[in-house]
Design a protein around this ligand. Sequence first.
Ligand code: GL2
Length: 797
Amino acid sequence: MNIATLPTVSSDNLRDAILNHLAYSFGKTPEAAQTEDWRMALSFAIRDRMVEAWFAATRRTYEAGAKRVYYLSMEFLIGRLLEDGIVNLRLADQARAALTDLGLDYDAVLADEPDAALGNGGLGRLAACFLESLSTLSCPAMGYGIRYEHGLFRQSFQGGRQVESPETWLLQRHAWEFERPEARYRIGFGGEVREDRGRSVWTPSEQVDAEAFDTPIAGWQGKWVNTLRLWSAKAVAPFDLDSFNRGDFAAAAAPEALARTISRVLYPDDTTEQGKELRLKQEFFFTAAALRDILRRFDSEYDDLSQLPAKVAIQLNDTHPAIAGPELVRLLHDERGLPFDRAMEIAQGCLNYTNHTLLPEALESWHEGVFGKLLPRHLQIVDRIDDAHGKAHPSRSFSMRADSQVKMGELSFVMANRVNGVSALHTGLMKETVFAELHALHPDKIVNETNGVTPRRWLLSCNPRLSNLVTDTIGDGWVDDLERLKELESHVDDAGWRDRFAAAKRDNKADLSNWLAETQGVSVDPEAMFDIQIKRMHEYKRQHLNILEAIAHWQEIKDDPNAGWTPRIKIFAGKAAPGYFFAKDIIRLINDVARVVNADTATRDKLQVAFLPNYNVTLAERLIPAADLSEQISTAGKEASGTGNMKFALNGAPTVGTLDGANVEIREHVGADNFFLFGMTAPEVTERRMLDGHARAAIEADPRLARALDAIRDGTFSPDDPDRYAGIIENLAGHDYFLVCSDFTDYWRAQREVDAAYADPARWAGMAALNTARSGWFSSDRTIRGYMSDIWGAASL
Ligand code: GL2
């Protein structure tokens, strides 16, 4: 039975269900209930309505003997889940009415839910969008990851500097998960390998248990529900009784503390390698548990392991679960007794690998000392895989084991049936650069699957005004068939319709202005252009290019305050990895510039700057619907895809951007006239970098750039500490690896084009509306269909 055959839910039904849960699940009367109790009761009432479809989906998958997809990811940046559930079950009106009936503020109850930040950025959010699309497409699938006790750190500012504190999402009650004490696997580390009658036997020296927590993920209309299964590390034995009885309580608790460490924190790095032993432990921990779970499920249905590739598709989200290759071979060969070559062949038939970055510092590799100490048997297996691959391709001297390292990208590539990049440009560069050698050996392995975003969260739910207009205009078929947004195009020339489009944006901006004033102490004119750059802080993403342009612009406004400038507010948000000091300096610089520029009475009605703290999914949902301009200004060749860029375009914010990642495809879809292009292309970047003194030459050629840099250098923004940004200046005027100076002049030009376009409201509304109308291709439903047919061979049920 799916949800379509369940009785319809009225607001009265829902109110009764909420009151029931309040009493019987939480033991509270309405008088005593706090917001959190109401939030939990509502969540349970919604969750109840997913369970039937969840069971039905499982039953249907078994009945059909269908192939299952397993998405292994270190990160699932799910954010809040309650509104997602309500919207997907189409219960928004009933839920609002039920809460209003109970005398509650619906929005406040929804806002009580902690934002589950179990990911860093794009890679983790992509995984979350994919889960929702897999359910929407009724593809039998399961996500596997880690149930981190602490997600990504909380960011605040002190004197403009980033300060990190632990994130504690589990301190409040979490409504969505079902603990599965029975789904528990013992995972070993370390120890030794010995040969026993021709078989390798690994005896680990340390063990923990992986315990499952399941979260149901409902697709659009709640017709299909898949599972996100997150592993939590538990001690094999709760505590050491001998130590306890001796009165040594710390020693007694040690096994538990050690186990908990593994699933305690999410590594706060984005696209940078984190070469810590604990990280490798985390990777093996969740991957090994997932594989055991997958085999257990397979065994319950089939008894012939050669069927595995026909029934199981495993996607490795980046190299973080790359150990799946050797571990699956170990399970099949050492534990199930298949010949090594056969085990390898079967594993290769199941595994696929997505590469998400070409940044050299992000390509994982482990020193064989660390790797072998933690996973001695796996090191042997990697060597054997490498050997077998070498023998099969004797013409090349390729090895995944150079310089005493285990190279996880190469290992993943060799063990995968398909390898994919995440945008057309990125996939092309993968073939030419990092995987050139392997691509020559396996020319059919690499495929492209350009990223996408779920329209349920990133339009329907976060932007009700625009989605209502869209539905009024073309009906609601767009929600799970986003290409239908094209039908809006014929309305864009209708001035009345365009005004409605512009009004939705204006109202969203007014809401954001109010929120900024109430919660951030920032007061902005909602008529000004909202120019937004929100993403992780990284030199390649070039937030410093944006702030340099802001400084230059401010200086030019000061020179002639009455020259008819287009008013703008530049909004930034994003976290820097705690150890990435340069990125933290950029945050501080932006905050310093904001303080000075916003205090300038001569210019502040023309230009303001704001850096909002603690960027997360919830803040993105608030900012994107109110954006006029989307900043996607990375150095060409560095941003594998981007997904924020898609969310902005979908919500009617044209891009100012480089030909990087998915920007290229966004521009193709929305049309060159509706995209503000600037900057060098990827080949030009490579060429320019080889030019001696490129930064100096760029600064000499552009007095605006020189003057902006001078203002930073002379302490205009840090009068108490003029040398504060010497490091940034030295970097930019020196080797400037990310070519901020070389792209500055063209960025400046593009921004003035933006100003001119924005000054013509009808033209701007047309551009914005065409961005929405032509963004249908960027749905993660389209992406998942691509994975299903090109990579997994999986079908919708
Ligand atoms: C990333 C890329 O940097 C980003 O461009 C891409 O959109 C996402 C999803 O494919 O993956 N790679 C990566 O390591 N992180 C990303 O966000 N963290």
